[in-house]
Design a protein around this ligand. Structure first.
Ligand code: SAM
Length: 345
């Protein structure tokens, strides 16, 4: 049911952000750059045009926006991209956001990364209060890894994982399930991840942005993967919700957790508690819809946060109920022209 303006006003006074469907917004994902040192085939085309640097929010502006959300009740902040760890001086942002962990205003500061730069940043991330990192890794085969990422070096990612675990960071592996590419390797990935004490989450490919190729050729429904894994493993449903869209099971034989993110075969919008800010300050209330609010203009218009706060509250008041992605032969165009690297995966 939609909240009345009076209810919205009340939630605003209570320093929390409530959307029209009664969902409290407690999770912010922030893309700090649209650039990446990989060109994953399902994510980007080979010759991506990136934004001019002047369009990007500065690190100070990113801090201001994150802090405005924290003041309004966001408890979890995820830094993402593009590849967040390729942004120059990015540790300055982690260092300044750490104050919200210290004050208790924020429960968690995390990062989603391809792992290529983790070896040099893992210790600093831990020192800034980061406790968990998500590392995207779709295969353990170096040649396949290069083919999927077009440019990536698996050995560097492995060094990054060693460094992260060495620094005491809890690592979760995210793998996009790709038909005919890594579908025969998912059990190997599972055994490997759980063997190293890392959770594994499988993701269905989503129709975001133009790529060189057809989505339908990549799409592997996780319902099929789950059915196949069930033949070999005992999958015990878990109630764990990490504030994200994943549904988790415990794999009895390995003792590890396995997550499924199924935007295509199972819509997870009803419990959505998140919004996303891009590196240019666009606030997207839904990953799968076009509507966005500009936060860069209010940030740059004044040193006080009044305009920024108003823009955030107004935007949350129009968060949509959900998305409706479709992948089939008739829908060969992407559902959205934006790449995941723009909105922040
Ligand atoms: N560079 C970082 C990384 O690799 O994790 C953060 C950004 S990346 C866009 C975030 C996640 O989105 C990655 O796990 C990536 O595999 C996933 N991703 C990108 N495009 C996708 C798509 N079209 N469908 C599903 N997942 C996608």
């Amino acid at each position: 049911m939609r909240a009345t303006p009076a209810q919205l006003e009340t939630s605003e006074i209570g320093h929390s952000l409530m959307d029209p469907f009664g969902r409290a917004i407690t999770y912010l994902r922030v893309s700090v750059t649209d650039r990446c040192d990989f060109r994953c085939v399902y994510c980007m085309s080979e010759d991506m045009a990136f934004l001019p640097k002047r369009d990007l929010l500065t690190l100070e502006e990113l801090d201001r926006i994150c802090s405005a959300f924290v003041a309004k009740g966001v408890r979890k902040l995820r830094i993402t991209g593009g590849e967040p760890l390729v942004r120059r001086d990015i540790m300055t942002l982690f260092g300044s956001l750490a104050r919200h962990l210290e004050s208790g205003a924020l429960d968690e500061l995390t990062v989603t990364t391809n792992g290529s730069q983790l070896a040099r940043h893992a210790k600093d991330l831990a020192a800034c209060g980061v406790r968990r990192v998500n590392v995207s890794l779709d295969t353990l085969d170096p040649d396949k890894f290069r083919a999927i990422t077009r440019w990536g070096d698996l050995a560097k990612v492995m060094q990054g994982l060693d460094a992260a675990q060495g620094a005491g960071l809890k690592v979760k592996i995210n793998a996009v399930a790709l038909k005919g590419v890594n579908e025969d390797e998912l059990e190997t990935l599972l055994e490997w991840a759980h063997g190293r004490g890392m959770d594994l989450t499988l993701i269905e490919v989503m129709p975001l942005g133009e790529i060189d190729g057809q989505r339908i050729d990549q799409f592997l429904p996780l319902s099929m993967v789950r059915a196949r894994l069930s033949g070999r493993y005992t999958l015990q449903d878990l109630d764990d919700r990490t504030g994200g869209p994943a549904r988790y099971v415990r794999v009895k034989e390995t003792g590890g957790r396995l997550g499924f993110i199924t935007p295509m075969t199972h819509n997870f919008c009803e419990s959505c508690n998140r919004v996303r800010v891009t590196c240019t300050g666009q606030l997207f209330m839904c990953l799968g819809q076009e509507d966005a609010a500009d936060l860069r203009a209010p940030v740059r218009a004044s040193e006080s946060n009044d305009l920024l706060d108003r823009a955030i509250v107004d935007a949350i008041a129009r968060k949509p109920k959900g998305h409706d992605f479709i992948i089939d032969r008739r829908h060969s165009r992407p559902a959205l022209s934006r790449h995941m690297s723009v909105t922040g995966g």
